[in-house]
Ligand binder design. Sequence first.
Ligand SMILES: Nc1ncnc2c1ncn2[C@@H]1O[C@H](COP(=O)(O)OP(=O)(O)OP(=O)(O)O)[C@@H](O)[C@H]1O
Ligand SMILES: [Mg+2]
Length: 256
Amino acid sequence: MATAQGTKLLAAGVECIAAAVELVKTYQQGETRIRALDGVTVGFARARFTAIAGPSGSGKSTLMHCLAGLDAATSGQVILDDRELTGLSDRELTRVRRDKVGFVFQSFNLLPQLTALENIVLPVTMTGRHLDQDLLDHLVGVLGIGDRLSHRPAELSGGQQQRVALARALLARPVVLFADEPTGNLDSRSGTEVLDFLRRSVRDLGQTVVMVTHDPRAAACADRVLVLADGRVVDDVDTASGADVTRALQVVGRAG
Ligand SMILES: Nc1ncnc2c1ncn2[C@@H]1O[C@H](COP(=O)(O)OP(=O)(O)OP(=O)(O)O)[C@@H](O)[C@H]1O
Ligand SMILES: [Mg+2]
């Protein structure tokens, strides 16, 4: 079934590394049922940078969490790297997250008692995987954190902490890097550095990136902007295509 749906998405002419098919997510809050995702079907092509934008509460984080196997959908399918996630056990989902997914959050989520370097290598060493020293050197160099590796997170600026979080996420060579408002806690210059790095990782490493953002400027850095409202996709814009981008970004701007 997953394969059939995957083939359907492939038939659209794009090979999808991640996809949601008719995804519904509801939350029960007291008497009311909140439909956070209301039938989302969308595919994400390999080595592309997609921004998910839209008003607060439109379902951006919920969609990202379902795609990344952090949260289970109520119905519909999630396909990640040719694997159907719906119906996997918690243990299998944990393995998928560990092997295939990278995360970067607004709040960095570094372990405070570890140094920057220890934070970066932990997910790889903890799971007994090979540490790719060349990739580590590349990431540290591009991110400009070579002189900060022995510092603990509290001794780093927000921008530096986010760059450490990016190095940690990419060192594990994830199939998809998911970032939820990665520039939300940063000043404009640090935010630009993070966005530049995400772009470079798509271009130089062939990384697939899916980023949630409120910021029209951040969305404009992506190859594609997916706009959500009330749990549905209301716009899907290729930023190389020109005119439509302004309209989509106006929507994002109003949302922010
Ligand atoms: N654990 C939860 N329990 C109940 N309702 C939830 C839960 N998580 C999210 N929701 C609701 O689902 C809807 C979508 O939430 P989501 O966090 O995906 O929005 P968002 O687009 O990421 O918003 P923001 O831009 O504010 O981060 C909202 O109405 C939210 O209140
Ligand atoms: Mg959110």
